[in-house]
Design a protein around this ligand. Structure first.
Ligand SMILES: Cc1cc2nc3c(=O)[nH]c(=O)nc-3n(C[C@H](O)[C@H](O)[C@H](O)COP(=O)(O)OP(=O)(O)OC[C@H]3O[C@@H](n4cnc5c(N)ncnc54)[C@H](O)[C@@H]3O)c2cc1C
Length: 316
């Protein structure tokens, strides 16, 4: 019995989901017994391998092929790793890359694949939890198979921060170059934005309560005082008041900052889906019944046009 989690990296950085998967994997190994393996494919495998050596990990496999993600290479290598490790559960990120190769790998290994999973349990056979209809409905799937593949939704598990004492082993994969039919020609950020809100420690997030584009100035002032990044709810992006890559939510980005300040945001499920994993949530809203208050750690029921400048003054 074992679990194998495939890490993800982009442009020289290990992505957080790689470490979150380890917590999911550890939960499974606690139920199943056996070992937790993780693997990194391509890029600076030595550095990534060291970062993946977290508490509870038994073996880190490093596969020194390629620099960036490639569908055909990942499909071949992950299949070979899974044939070697024979994990009961193969974990992959539910990311653009993960969703690209996971179905191909599951197909090659003849395993069922459960995607976009927010919970896993192996106490009594493998069960996986998924959220549907913008997180309004939770479903539990019983997996009737000895071995399965799962893609893990980012920001659902905490990262394991403590260093471990895993064996770090180079895995000698055989890549059949004649079967590599795609090449990566470059990397272009969609929208050409200059910020990555998923990286920010503090997010000042603004919603329709701001009323007019000109009023955004008070939000930028607060963000400057806090050294924070500005994000927003979908209506602001649809209005063209903020760039698309600043949208938080189901059709935007999933963020997990230390502090998320929701200003004039109602807390619709599609928005909450993108920020509920934030460490501390502060909500400013005039409506005491706004759903955002249900998940806020601190709530200020007041007019944002009064509260925001006062906060800015305080933090300057
Ligand atoms: C398929 C689909 C995908 C979606 N994806 C996303 C997504 O990714 N992200 C997203 O955000 N939304 C998304 N939505 C839209 C979502 O359903 C909501 O419409 C949206 O989140 C509402 O944004 P809001 O909270 O800013 O606006 P509103 O719901 O209009 O809320 C504005 C809030 O501001 C408060 N307010 C007003 N004036 C003040 C004031 N002066 N001071 C303080 N508070 C004030 C009000 O009480 C209210 O609670 C999606 C919808 C669909 C159907």
């Amino acid at each position: 019995m074992s679990v194998l989690a495939i890490a993800e990296h982009r442009r020289g950085e290990l992505r957080l989901v790689s470490l979150e998967q380890l917590a999911a994997g550890r939960d499974l190994v606690d139920d199943l017994g056996g070992e937790l393996h993780t693997a990194v494919i391509g890029g600076d495998v030595e550095t990534f391998g060291a970062k993946l050596n977290r508490e509870g990990v038994d073996t880190v496999h490093t596969v020194d092929v390629g620099e960036e993600f490639n569908h055909d290479v990942y499909t071949q290598v992950v299949t070979q790793l899974a044939e070697e490790v024979e994990p009961t559960v193969l974990l992959m990120p539910n990311s653009v890359n993960g969703l690209d190769y996971a179905p191909a790998v599951a197909n090659r290994l003849d395993r069922p694949l459960v995607t976009d999973v927010v919970g896993v349990d192996a106490e009594d056979g493998l069960t996986a939890t998924r959220e549907l209809y913008g997180s309004k409905v939770e479903t539990t799937i019983d997996v009737h198979a000895e071995q399965a593949a799962v893609t893990v939704r980012p920001a659902e598990w905490p990262t394991i921060e403590t260093d471990g004492d895993a064996a770090i082993e180079a895995f000698d994969a055989t890549v059949d170059e004649s079967a590599v039919r795609s090449t990566v020609k470059g990397f272009e950020e969609v929208g050409g934005g200059d910020v990555d809100i998923t990286d920010a420690d503090v997010l000042v997030s603004v919603g329709r309560g701001i009323e007019e584009e000109e009023n955004l100035d008070i939000i930028y002032d607060l963000a400057a005082a806090l050294d924070a990044t500005v994000a927003g709810s979908r209506p602001l992006i649809d209005n063209g008041w903020l760039e698309k890559d600043r949208q938080v939510g189901q059709s935007g980005k999933v963020v997990t900052p230390d502090v998320y300040i929701a200003i004039g945001i109602s807390g619709a499920v599609q928005h909450v889906a993108g920020m509920k994993g934030s460490e501390t949530i502060v909500a400013i809203n005039t409506d005491p019944n706004a759903p955002i208050f249900d998940i806020a750690d601190y709530g200020i029921q007041d007019d944002l046009f009064e509260v925001v400048p006062a906060l800015t003054e305080r933090f300057r």
